[in-house]
Ligand binder design. Structure first.
Ligand SMILES: [Fe+2]
Ligand SMILES: [Fe+2]
Length: 269
C-alpha cells in the first residue's frame, strides 16, 4: 500500500490535509483528506484514518498550533472521518468536537467522547465560531445518517465530507488535474456506491436537495475522497450530482475481482 500525506493551501485561510492511499498495482486509489481552517477559532474538519495518525497530526500541526485548535468538526461518523478523533482530542486539548447525539450513539464502545467537550449540531443548525458562522446541512447523497456538509458563507468554503468523491489513479488537489471524462465517470460511480439507495428516491425531491447545495454560493468545495472543485468545476460537480439517481448503482467489485487481486499480489510478491 502506497500512501502519503501533506498539507496543501487551497484558500487564503484553508489547508487541505491531502492523503492518498493506493495498492501497488490497483488501477485507482482513494484520497482520505481532511481540512484545517485558520479562522479566529481554528477548525479541523474530520480526522482521517488511524494508519495516518502520526503523519496526520504532524501535517495539521504544521499549519495550526495544536493548542489553538478550537473546533473539530465531523462530517459524519464513518471510520475514515473519525479515525484519529481520540488522538485529536488529546493533541488539541482546547478543541470542542462538533458532533451530534446520533454520532455519539453510533460510536458507543469505539470512541469515548467527553460530553463537556462536545457540541451537538444537526442539519439546519449553525455554529458561531467567533469571526463567522458555519452552516450545517444534510447533503443529497450520504452513507451515514449523521452526515452534514459544513459551509462558511463568509468565504464560500464548503467541507463536503464524502460529497464530491471521485477515485483516480493519481493523487490530485484540484479537479482540473483529472481528465474530464475520468472525473465524470468516477464521480457518478462513487456516489452510486456511497448511496446505493439513490435509484429509489423521488427524483423531484432529490433535485430540490441538490438545489440547496447549488444555491449556497460555493467558491471552494473541498472534500474527503477526491479533488477540490472551484470555478466552473463547482457547477460541473452539481450537474454530475443531478445524474446519479438515473445512473443507478454500479456493480461493486466481487469475488472474481478479489481473486484477481490476490493472484496479482502473489505474482508481484
Ligand atoms: Fe462515509
Ligand atoms: Fe468517507
Amino acid at each position: 500500500m502506497n500512501q502519503f500525506i501533506r498539507p496543501v493551501q487551497i484558500t487564503p485561510e484553508a489547508h487541505l490535509i491531502q492523503s492518498f492511499w493506493k495498492e501497488h498495482d490497483a488501477p485507482v486509489g482513494v484520497h482520505v483528506n481532511t481540512m484545517v481552517l485558520a479562522s479566529r477559532q481554528p477548525v479541523v474538519f474530520d480526522t482521517g484514518v488511524p494508519a495516518d495518525r502520526d503523519g496526520w497530526l504532524q501535517a495539521v500541526s504544521s499549519v495550526v498550533d495544536p493548542a489553538d485548535v478550537r473546533w473539530i468538526v465531523l462530517s459524519h461518523d464513518d471510520h475514515d472521518h473519525v479515525g484519529n478523533l481520540s488522538a485529536a482530542m488529546q493533541w488539541f486539548p482546547n478543541a470542542t468536537v462538533v458532533a451530534s447525539w446520533w454520532i455519539t450513539e453510533r460510536l458507543v464502545g469505539s470512541i469515548e467522547l467527553d460530553p463537556r467537550r462536545m457540541r451537538w449540531v444537526v442539519s439546519g443548525d449553525t455554529l458561531d465560531i467567533g469571526d463567522r458562522t458555519l452552516v450545517f446541512q444534510r447533503p443529497p447523497i450520504f452513507d451515514s445518517p449523521t452526515t452534514r456538509t459544513v459551509f462558511d458563507p463568509s468565504t464560500g468554503l464548503l467541507w463536503a465530507g464524502d460529497l464530491g468523491a471521485a477515485l483516480g489513479p493519481h493523487p490530485v488537489v484540484h479537479a482540473e488535474e483529472m481528465p474530464a471524462d475520468e472525473l465524470a465517470a468516477s464521480f457518478v460511480v462513487a456516489h452510486g456506491w456511497i448511496s446505493p439507495w439513490i435509484a429509489m428516491v423521488d427524483d423531484t425531491k432529490y433535485q430540490l436537495a441538490v438545489d440547496r447545495i447549488a444555491d449556497l454560493g460555493i467558491t471552494t468545495w473541498a472534500q474527503t475522497h477526491g479533488p477540490v472543485y472551484e470555478g466552473a468545476y463547482i457547477n460541473r460537480a452539481i450537474d454530475l450530482l443531478r445524474t446519479v439517481p438515473a445512473a443507478g448503482e454500479t456493480q461493486q467489485p466481487g469475488q472474481a475481482d478479489l481473486e484477481a487481486i490476490i493472484t496479482s499480489t502473489l505474482l508481484s510478491a
